[in-house]
Design a protein around this ligand. Sequence first.
Ligand SMILES: [Zn+2]
Ligand SMILES: [Zn+2]
Length: 311
Amino acid sequence: MRIISKLMVFITHVGSLASRSVDFMVPQSSNCTICGKGMASNKTRREQETREMAILHRSLCGECYSSIPWLSRIICSYCGRSVQCDDCLRRKERPFLLNRSAVTYSSSMREWLALYKYRGNERLGPILTAMLVPVLLRLTKEVLTQSKHVTKDRESFSKTRKKGWMEQIKSSLVSSKENICWDAITYVPISNERAQERGFNQAEQLAESLATTFRIPLYQLLLRERHTEKMSFKTRSERLRDAQQLFSLNRGQLEELVRRADLQGTLNRRLRILLIDDIYTTGSTVEACANVIKEHEGEKFDIYVLTWARS
Ligand SMILES: [Zn+2]
Ligand SMILES: [Zn+2]
């Protein structure tokens, strides 16, 4: 128990470091990022307010802020939904352990994502990241609390602290979350065609920001095989069938991840990979991605999914 409570203190500390980095990325503006309305200048930081919340309060007007349907009450522990879900009851075997999301995919969240994804409003990037930060902190806490390897992880963490002063500074800056929890962060790729048309991959951007914020190594573990019609226009069975052959493994990146884990001495446990996407609908996309990673022989992976919205 003492180990866990020490880890929790540490996580909170890392959390505050993490939020500081997000803080730097936020553009200052007196207009709401979503609706463009001018905002009153009483955007000073409130006491006890986390940095992520401060970012949101600074970038959003009261009306837009209050439209966020935070997913704070999780009913389905598997997919992170706030209601009982039949999908998860129906499918017992899945290649990833669980999904957690920041918000419910409401009509206002659909508009926010469209602003970011299709209309290229890049100011949304730091906002969506700030919304994901507390979810990732909670997920990490959840994973470490349940982990059977928590003692081993703690030992390898202590080892890094016993190094020289330079390494000590490095390891306090380079969040030791990567030593104690996540081995890699990766994302759902989009096709080249879509990347050209949109200019960026929103899942990649979110993964990149979270990787920087928490100092988790970022890998492009997956490749997209072919271009498909927008998933949102398809039925559930069409999505499942389509997703099967959509992705392939980026072998070189996975081998690099394993090499790094070997150097860090973490190959004695299952490697924890955090897979990022913007929306979780039926879970078929992330399921297909996780399947591809799991097919890699040799190492054992525990794949967790973090998405911005749960539809
Ligand atoms: Zn607004
Ligand atoms: Zn569920």
